[in-house]
Design a protein around this ligand. Sequence first.
Ligand SMILES: Nc1ncnc2c1ncn2[C@@H]1O[C@H](COP(=O)(O)OP(=O)(O)OP(=O)(O)O)[C@@H](O)[C@H]1O
Length: 662
Amino acid sequence: MSDSALAVRHASRVLKAVRGELRTSLAPHVAKSWDRCLTEYGMVPDGARATAVLEPSQLRERQQRMGELLGVARAEMESLYEQISGSGYAVILADADATILHTITDPTLKREFRHAGLWLGALWDERHEGTNGIGTAVAEHAPVTVHRDEHFMGYNVTLSCSGAPILDARGGLLGVLDASSANSSDTRLIQRHTMALVTMSANLISRFHFLREFPDAYILRFHSRPEFVGLLHEALIAVAGDGTILAVNESAMAQLGHPDRSRLVGRPIESVFQFAFSTLQQRAANDPRTIWPIREVEHGRRFFALVRSREQAGARAADGGPRSATLISLGQEGGGRRHVGSDPSMLHNLNCAQQLFGKRVPILLQGATGTGKEAFARVLHNASAWAGKPFVAVNCGAIPESLIESELFGYTRGAFTDADRHGRPGKILQSSGGTLFLDEIGDMPLTLQTRLLRVIEEFEIVPLGGDQSITVDLHVISASHRDIRQMVQDGDFREDLYYRLNGITLQLPLLRERADRAELIETLLREESDDAAPVSIQPDALHALLNYHWPGNIRQLRNVLRTAAALCQDNTIRISNLPQELLDAAAKGVPAPPVARELPIALTPNAAESCCRTPLDTAEHAALLRELERNRWNITHTADALGVSRNTLYRKIRKHQIPLAE
Ligand SMILES: Nc1ncnc2c1ncn2[C@@H]1O[C@H](COP(=O)(O)OP(=O)(O)OP(=O)(O)O)[C@@H](O)[C@H]1O
């Protein structure tokens, strides 16, 4: 049948359907949309294509309006594309007006998609294109699949599209994520699978947005199953400083059984859950990483919860940090943005350190070279009440022994022959009021240790050549890769100084032990790439990076990424851009040693998600969890929904170590 004959037949079917004369039943969203197109917008299904496209400057303006969300969406789109690449789909992001802002397509299919009108800046709202995955998801505010002749316009009937809305915390539409095929012969089951993946990715983007939208709020994260807390399907509630609910996400409404947001927003959190608001505040301040059981008021149902504190949220917002829920800002360093990351032990360290450092307790950081001791110290400084004052770092191992004394204590005019005419204040005085970071304190000569001890005890210094003491306001963080306690036992470090410096000792983990390696890679890549041309990384290269043992820790990782970003073509790091030692380790299949530390049980899924899985695995894992949950953990139904056999499903469940019993 010719194209025009097909269009005529399609048009007659649409008209019959709208008049109620069609025998076969249509999906409700398709029937409603056809009706809208015909009666509300006055469209005709056999009309000619007249794709409306924005001017490049208008497109850029819309892309900018999406702001940071576009960056997050791009990353999610890549992960989604990995899942469905090879099956003829393009992944498309549109704004709330259904304008296409970003696409990822198989290069060989680009022409086909252009021919179908799926190009950047094209308007795919229903008024322009009739019923379609993007426009109809916008109109319905819900995920929709529009398959072939479910499209309203005859010229669109070769398309198959699945679009899912990206929502803000108030349920408003931010955009639509869509997977479209220009010539699909997929079965309904495969479409359902595609739809599930698209919806999952859209939800991830919405969740990211929610976590960033309320920087000054507590965020209560809960789920009926503890292992889901911190994952995609957790419920989120933003709570103001006076205990009032500011916003809830879709999952919170579903879990609490309130389909209407307005029944939750504006209420005191204490009227929804059986805990005092002060408990939530205490949890946020003292124990933000431990999951605790909570009960809702109406039916007494039990959930498991974590709460993010307002300070953490504020720090994140100031930093513009990436997408993990638990990421904490480091503030500014050298113009760049730094993070302590979301590794549970780092978060624990930060939590302890912040509380004590604020009370002037000296902090001793122990950790191998490149583990981020100085970066951590800067975070503490930036989060302190004296953040506006200087942060002065002294590397006690790098300054010659003969100079370290004058470097630290300064000297007066004429203190020694080649001294500066006016004398010079030492680092201790320079840091007065701010933070003094004594790096490689283990390398400080014993004689100087005695002088330093006096300064720390008396808050006074006497510059070299001087006889007047100067009062200093000191906040000290010291660090070393050497085991200072062992040095004390060996007589190489003064015991009294050790106790003075060590209000608390925090051990920074090796990079290979960290659960947030994937996130660190993302952060460093962002820092190492040009904003205008972000560098991405191919899954096999990412896998090799995640599994390397990193003797030089984060510093070495940064160097490897910097070199790879400089060497790579089309801003994509491939495995061939990595150094030989990494490739050799990958070829031998040498995995990073397992995480030695015990992680809190509830954080383990997150940790496993980010450290041991490829992006493909992560997406598969999340899709499995989602479908299992949606089908109430019924294996037969879940296998059907995913279009796989029960045996395959069991195999995948085992592979991802998903527990089947409570
Ligand atoms: N969480 C982080 N996110 C991104 N980059 C980080 C992070 N922590 C550390 N870095 C980077 O890793 C590198 C090494 O960090 P840093 O100098 O703080 O380590 P260190 O333990 O003090 O090293 P050394 O023991 O050699 O003095 C720096 O480039 C720093 O910016």
